[in-house]
Design a protein around this ligand. Structure first.
Ligand code: NOJ
Length: 545
């Protein structure tokens, strides 16, 4: 087994982690300061969302230079020190490669947009106007047309996300080479791996045409027209050959639009990445791309089926990143459970699954403290570009302002981005300045300091789970063998000698106690457990002796 199969990865959102400058946004030095804390979580890798030079239209996912650190985060020397200090804490740093697009402030784009015949003219996706308007009716993922007019060049450019994030043209070999160079630059600095952003959009269809509108605005999501276009894997095999093959780094691709059934082509022996974030279990509300105003109801059985299919598809070949939160998703306790549930128990239930399924667990900043969502009183309080786009779209679909705001409360990415809560001092100890996003109102009771002092806290639960993963190798090595498949509340499985039962409902449940095989309790979220019974949201891990 490789090191990254045995470790736990922590996804860190640097802008909200710790500010050492009093500027209201997190810094790389802040991460260095908290390496003891990260090590205490038992993790072996930190995936940092982008810290490269960026105008921050999309909080760093709009990169102006792949080989420079944004001054708000610090300097390249700080970054080098982070690599070195992290190593002393047995932590590898994983970088976020944003290779589908750059910032419109990137010199590559500035040159490409300057004329139709400059040396980088074909580095982005340019098209003439069609009948005096956008070349197609594609809607960008953050709302509005996916095309923006460039006066200088007298053409439109394509952007899957915001207008400030023009899509690169991967069909141009010079573009691919420049990107591979950027990735290798970070390997040379000491990166332990890459999370690869929005990768399913890099190959565009040969013909660009209008799609059947899916909204009142007459547009169709660009996702439905360009995601996972045949031929994409050719580029990615080339990426693998030029960047990661034979090196001690791992890759995890963000793969919206790839189904569990397609996983074998993407991961494993002959795949292109080591792991793939496949979203079916956290996008249960949506068919295809996220449309916050059109959520569908889902059941625990749907969640179980989604988890089962990614486990099954990779059981003989490939590896799964197990995850339930990230910087784009709502917080677990408010996402997977009915209103009014105990946040502590809900967070522990998800933590148990996260750390005991087959795969590499990815814990997202704050998940180890069981954070909930925020619900701010007006759309103006939100920073997230996607919240604004989704709000406007909901209004255009005929929802009232209150209804549109309710969608934002439920799905906004800002819920995952509020500042880390270190203690109960002003601004939760995150900054001495004004935080770029308000600190969650519960910070006085829920923070690292108070939870460190409470043995029943979610933080202690995560620390114990990390210890347990190290002690019981079955949790990393053994196959996933599901039990009680038909049960509509309980997720249960065997991992070698380990037995895991999690009640995902807020009602007590019973099951055949023989399935416990007289195992002894290793960890339980209630003070006591009765064989064959689970209390609301109970999570228990047993070892068969
Ligand atoms: C996925 C990232 O996780 C998200 O935060 C970002 O907005 C888009 N890709 C565009 O880069």
């Amino acid at each position: 087994m490789k090191w990254w199969q045995k470790t736990i990865v922590y996804e860190l959102y640097p802008k909200s982690f710790l500010d050492t400058e009093g500027q209201g946004t997190g810094t790389i030095r802040g991460i260095i300061e908290k390496l003891d804390y990260l090590e205490s979580l038992g993790i072996g890798a930190v995936w940092m969302t982008p810290v490269c030079l960026s105008p921050m239209v999309d909080n760093g996912y709009d990169i102006a230079d792949y080989c420079q650190i944004d001054p708000s985060y610090g300097t390249m020397e700080d970054m080098e020190e982070l690599f070195a200090q992290a190593e002393k804490h047995h932590i590898r740093i994983v970088m976020d490669l944003v290779f589908n697009h750059t910032s419109d402030q990137n010199p590559w784009f500035i040159e490409s947009s300057s004329s139709k015949d400059n040396p980088k003219s074909s580095w982005y996706i340019w098209r003439d106007a069609k009948d005096g308007r956008e070349p197609t009716n594609w809607r960008g993922i953050f709302g509005g047309s996916a095309w923006t007019w460039c006066e200088k060049r007298q053409q439109y450019y394509l952007h899957t996300f915001a207008a400030g994030q023009p899509d690169l043209n991967w069909a141009d070999p010079d573009v691919r080479k420049a990107l591979y160079d950027a990735a290798n630059f970070w390997i040379d600095k000491g990166a332990g791996g890459f999370r690869i952003d929005a990768i399913t959009y890099i190959r565009k269809p040969d013909v660009f045409e209008d799609g059947k509108p899916d909204g009142e605005d007459g547009m169709i999501s660009v996702h439905d027209m360009t995601a996972n276009t045949p031929g994409i894997l050719e580029y990615l095999h080339e990426f693998k050959e030029n960047v990661t093959e034979g090196k001690d780094v791992f890759t995890v691709g963000e793969a919206n639009g790839v189904s569990a059934a397609e996983l074998p082509e993407w991961v494993g022996e002959n795949g292109v990445f080591d792991m793939l974030f496949e979203f079916s279990h956290i996008n249960l509300e949506f068919k295809g791309i996220e449309t916050w105003c059109r959520p569908r109801p889902w059941t625990v059985s749907d969640l179980k089926a989604a988890l089962r299919s990614s486990q099954n598809m990779t059981k003989d070949n490939g590896w799964v990143p197990v995850f339930f939160e990230n910087h784009d998703k709502p917080r677990c306790p408010d996402h997977f459970f009915p209103k009014g549930c105990s946040r502590n128990k809900a967070a522990k239930a998800i933590g148990m699954i996260l750390e005991t399924m087959r795969g590499t667990p990815f814990v997202y900043q704050g998940q180890e403290l069981g954070y909930g969502n925020v619900a701010w009183p007006s759309i103006d309080c939100y920073n997230d570009i996607s919240s604004h786009g989704q709000y406007a779209f909901a209004l255009s679909e005929g929802l009232s302002e209150t209804e549109a705001l309710a969608c934002v409360h439920r799905f906004s990415r800002d819920s995952a981005r509020t500042p880390m809560q270190w203690d109960d001092s002003a601004n939760a100890g995150f900054t001495s300045g004004t935080p770029w996003l308000p600190v969650h109102e519960d910070y006085r009771s829920d923070n690292v300091k108070t939870q460190s002092d409470d043995p029943d806290s979610v933080l202690h639960w995560y620390m114990k789970l990390a210890e347990i993963r190290k002690t019981y190798s079955d949790l990393t090595d053994s196959a996933y063998d599901e039990m009680l498949e038909e049960d509509s509340c309980i997720l249960a499985y065997r991992r070698g000698r380990m037995r895991i039962f999690v009640n995902l409902s807020d009602q007590p449940c019973t099951y055949d106690g023989n399935l416990e095989d007289n195992g002894k309790t290793v960890l339980c979220s209630y003070p006591s457990h009765t064989k064959g019974e689970l209390q609301p949201l109970e999570a228990i891990l047993l070892e068969v002796l």
